[in-house]
Each structure stands twice: as C-alpha cells, then as structure tokens.
Design a protein around this ligand. Structure first.
Ligand code: IPE
Ligand code: IPE
Ligand code: MG
Length: 232
C-alpha cells in the first residue's frame, strides 16, 4: 500500500457540541466541556501523526451573539485550558499559538492566552493554532490596517506579502474538517482555505475520534489537488 501523505496544515471547525449534549440529555455547557476534552485528544493525536500545524476554531467573532451564560462558560474554559494544561502541552511538546482579535475578550482570557504562548514557544512537536475570537473577514481587515500603518505602497503589495500580515504567518490549509454535518465554513480562515480540501463528517465534535481523524486523512489522500492545472 502507498504511504499516506500527511497534510502539513489541518484546520478543524469543532461543531456540534450543543447537539451532542441535547442528544444525551445534557446541557450545552456540558457539551462544551466534552468538546474541550476532545480538543486535547485530537490535537495530540494529529500532531503525533505528523501534522505540523493544526488550526482549531474554538470561538468565532460571531459567537459573542450567544447567551451570556454560554459565552461566560466558554471564556472560563479557555482560561482553564491555558492555565491548567501547561503540563499537557509541555509533555507533548506542543507549541500553542492564537489567531483572533483581542477586543472584546475578557482580560483574564488575554492574560492566560499570552502566558501559554510564552511558555510553549520553544516546543517543536507541532503547532496548535487556537482560533479564538476569530473571524476571517476581521483578519483580512486587520491585516489591511497593519499594511497601511506600515506605510507600504500599492505596488509593494503582493499575495505573499499580504499573508505575512495575517494573525499568524502559517502555510495555507491543506485539509479543512467540519464536524456535525453542516456544509459551510462560517467565516473560518477565508484567506488560508482558498485551496484546502474540505471534509464534512456528520459526527458531533465530542464524538469525533482518532479513527475519524484517520478517515479524514485517507479521504484527503484520494483527492486530486490541481491548483488550477488541467486534469492529468
Ligand atoms: C461548537 O459547537 C462550539 C462553538 C461554536 C464554540 P456548537 O456550540 O456550535 O454546537 P451546535 O452547533 O449548537 O450543536
Ligand atoms: C462555527 O460554528 C464557529 C466555531 C466552531 C467556533 P458555529 O456553530 O458558530 O457556526 P454557525 O453559526 O452554525 O454557522
Ligand atoms: Mg454550531
């Protein structure tokens, strides 16, 4: 059998925590707790499997529209993840970075986020890019502002240069997975996903297993990535 190609950059939209909870007669908040545990499991597994960058959409700029209690619970989970999981990230040699806007994140989330970034910055076992208060359009607007502030001239602006001004300077996404059966990408990595292969399993994220992740990799290996070339 041919050796599987492992994509360098995988992005996951972790959808279905609420529906998973409902199905089990639990609260939405319990659904998010289960999702949080699964981020650790899938994150560790994907990076061990050889993925170099794993971007996970944990909270969109639009998610602030949700009930106050749910937003508060999610913010508390992010603080917990960043404060409590240092040992987990160090043991597994995972470098943690973030993509997203500061405003209107609570100060405690910003502090916890900056702390874990600093603590894990020398880890070399793969990068976990947590997209927190992230919006693809917001990212493009923010990059444009930085370019104007840097005083760059129109003739200097290329696609390559533009990509250096995004929240993180990462390679394009190779494989984008969205759990729960929704067929959209909800403002996620608009720039970086332009030539990604999309995979939409029906599983709710808390049930998305390492075997399901392997299935996504197998499916990815069946795709013919042409980048605009004619089919061979
Ligand atoms: C994904 O699960 C987690 C976040 C968006 C933070 P949802 O909370 O969107 O779950 P559903 O879509 O309501 O089932
Ligand atoms: C996308 O999921 C955002 C995250 C997973 C963080 P949503 O559940 O918010 O997306 P929509 O509203 O169904 O498009
Ligand atoms: Mg959802």
């Amino acid at each position: 059998m041919k050796k599987l190609v492992i994509p360098d950059h995988v992005a996951i939209i972790i959808d279905g925590n609420g529906r998973w909870a409902k199905k089990k007669g639990k609260s939405r908040l319990e659904g998010h707790d289960a999702g949080y545990q699964n981020i650790k499991k899938i994150g560790k597994y994907a990076l061990e499997r050889g993925v170099k960058y794993l971007s996970i959409y944990v909270f969109s700029t639009e998610n602030f529209k949700r009930d106050k209690d749910e937003v508060k619970h999610l913010m508390d989970l992010f603080v917990l993840m960043n404060n409590k999981e240092k040992g987990f990230f160090m043991e597994n040699n995972i470098k943690v970075i973030f993509s997203g806007r500061d405003e209107p994140l609570p100060k405690k989330v910003i502090n916890a986020r900056n702390k874990i970034t600093e603590e894990t910055k020398n880890n070399t076992g793969g990068t976990l890019n947590l997209c927190l208060n992230y919006g693809g359009r917001a990212e493009i607007v923010d990059a444009t502002k930085k370019i104007i502030q840097a005083g760059l001239k129109p003739e200097e602006i290329t696609e390559e240069l533009f990509s250096h001004y995004l929240y993180q300077d990462l390679p394009d996404v190779d494989l984008m997975i969205r759990t729960s059966g929704e067929l959209r990408f909800s403002n996620f990595l608009l720039w970086q996903n332009s030539y990604a292969e999309f995979y939409f399993p029906k599983t709710y994220f808390p049930d998305f297993s390492t075997e399901d992740f392997d299935k996504a990799i197998i499916e990815y290996n069946k795709r013919d990535r042409r980048f605009g070339n004619a089919k061979k």
